[in-house]
Structure formats: C-alpha cells, structure tokens
Design a protein. Structure first.
Length: 123
C-alpha cells in the first residue's frame, strides 16, 4: 500500500458498488455464502441487507459509505497484514476502515470460523 495522499484519495473515491461483487465472488469461490458476507459487513458497519443494497444502488463512495457506518466497537481488534501492510499501523482512518473490511472478507474466504471473524469477546 502506498501511503500517499493520492492513494488515500483513490480509495475514498472508489465506490462500494464496484468492489462488492468482487467480495461476493471471492467468498463464494471458497465455499462461503453471500449471506455470511452480509453478516460480516453488517457486523463491521451496522448496515443491514436493505441499507447495504441502498448504498450499492446509489453507488456511494467508500468515503460516504464509512461516514454513514456505525463501526463496530471491536473493529480495533482486526489486526494483521493486508496488502503487505499492518492494519493497525495504517494512519489514514478511512483507508484503515476499508482495509478492515478487506481483512474480514479475506478471513471469510479462507474459511475462518465466524465467531473468530466477528471478534467475539467471550470471557
């Protein structure tokens, strides 16, 4: 990942609708379902299926998408490497949120258990 303002602006202006079909394809290729993907997205953003479809239909940018999202309080537990960079070290807040989503989709596609993906904190 490039840490330039140009890179962050490109992510901000990218539409969720352009990336969502890629997420669906990625998880379905690995034997997971669109419903599981929707569950993961809802956990992170607070958007239910209807709200998410509205964002897709309106072709909202990632910037607007995350402006309207209610980020899960456990989102900061999403750590690790995505695109060669540690998520917890990404300084741009929007880029970090998009990478949170990317990481969750990767974990789903890799067959990780849902309770691990959703960072269930059961003690």
């Amino acid at each position: 990942m490039n840490n330039t303002n140009t890179h962050h602006e490109r992510i901000a202006k990218m539409t969720f609708a352009s990336v969502y079909p890629l997420y669906v394809t990625k998880v379905e290729k690995k034997g997971r379902t669109k419903e599981e993907l929707l569950q993961v997205i809802e956990w992170l953003t607070g958007f239910d299926k209807k709200q998410l479809q509205d964002k897709i239909d309106k072709k909202v940018t990632f910037e607007k998408f995350f402006q309207h999202a209610t980020l899960n309080t456990n989102a900061n537990l999403i750590t690790g490497v995505i695109c060669g960079y540690r998520i917890e070290e990404i300084e741009n807040p929007l880029t970090q949120k998009v990478r949170y989503l990317d990481k969750l989709v990767d974990e789903l596609a890799k067959g990780r258990k849902m309770e691990k993906i959703l960072r269930s904190v059961a003690k």
